[in-house]
Design a protein around this ligand. Structure first.
Ligand code: R5P
Length: 286
């Protein structure tokens, strides 16, 4: 087996190859003067199973994934597994208003049409969109690695920012042997949310909020403030995908949060929790 790291995922792809004990190749990617993407994998024919690790976000990285799929086909890959740690467009998973695209489903169909035998994602926003792939697909949950990371960090209560993510808080809480609950969030706009005051007992507790992603940080900062107002001793957050747009890391550093950590599906200064073993185990299972 050969693992190929695309430009979004060099560190994670190497870790996955190490876990699997197999050959690693870093794709060489650059831009043409007009901004189009060029990528190359320097290798003889593979005649072997190949794993491509690459995010499909932002847009030029999606194009790079298409190119990598085409390259490995040309280099006679046998089974092709796409590991897409952060799946772009996943949040537009349906038509919220008439005249919109079902972007997440369209992206699955496009990737599928270029060619792959197994697709592995991690905490994709809506798992059901993956049914648009005609090949095998597996959505891994980061809860075990998040629970493992925080198990000896003195957490008393695990919370999700909304009811939609309540199962994630339950999963992490149960694995840590800690209480869990959820807050109630209403989205006011793309950057603003309202979190109802915490009804659970937060007084003097060390709280861990878990979520699938931090984008602008609006959700998490509002949740952290509500918990502080309710008397929490400390508030940390662990998310799977740290997208961190609009200077979010800087804003989070000056918020009511004590710690902001995420998995290494997107590489950043906060991506301390590795999903490499989780992914390697799924690849081994096939
Ligand atoms: C929403 O459904 C997600 O689970 C996240 O809570 C949300 O996408 C975070 O976005 P932001 O950081 O911009 O509030």
């Amino acid at each position: 087996m050969i693992v190929i790291g695309g430009s979004t995922s060099e560190v994670l792809a190497k870790q996955i190859a190490d876990e699997l004990g197999c050959r690693y190749i870093q794709a060489g990617t650059r831009k043409f003067p007009d901004g189009e993407v060029y990528t190359r994998v320097e290798s003889e024919d593979f005649n072997d199973d190949v794993v491509i690790v690459q995010n499909t976000f932002p847009d030029d990285k999606l194009v790079e994934m298409f190119l990598l799929q085409d390259i490995v086909k040309g280099l006679k890959a046998k089974k092709v597994t796409l590991v897409i740690p952060y799946f772009g467009y996943a949040r537009q998973d349906r038509l919220f208003n008439p005249g919109e695209p079902a972007s997440a489903i369209l992206m699955c169909k496009l990737l599928d049409s270029v060619g792959c035998d197994h697709v592995i994602t991690i905490d994709i926003h809506k798992e059901a969109v993956l049914d648009a792939f005609t090949c095998k697909h597996t959505d891994l949950k980061a809860a075990p690695v998040i629970a493992d990371y925080f198990k000896d960090k003195g957490i008393d209560l695990v919370l999700s920012p909304d009811i939609g993510a309540a199962n994630r808080a339950k999963d992490v809480g149960e694995r840590m042997g800690k209480d869990y609950d959820h807050l109630n969030k209403t989205r006011l706009s793309g950057t603003e949310v309202k979190i109802a005051p915490a009804t659970m007992d937060c007084k003097d507790k060390n709280i861990l909020i878990v979520d699938d992603m931090i984008s602008t940080g609006g959700t998490i900062m509002t949740a952290a403030q509500a918990l502080r107002d309710a008397g929490a001793k400390s508030v940390s957050v662990a998310c799977t995908h740290g997208v961190f747009v609009n200077n979010a890391i800087e804003k989070l550093t000056h918020s009511a949060l004590d710690k902001v950590l995420c998995c290494n599906t997107l590489e950043s200064s906060q991506s301390e929790i590795s999903v490499a073993k989780l992914v390697a185990d799924a690849i081994r299972k096939g």
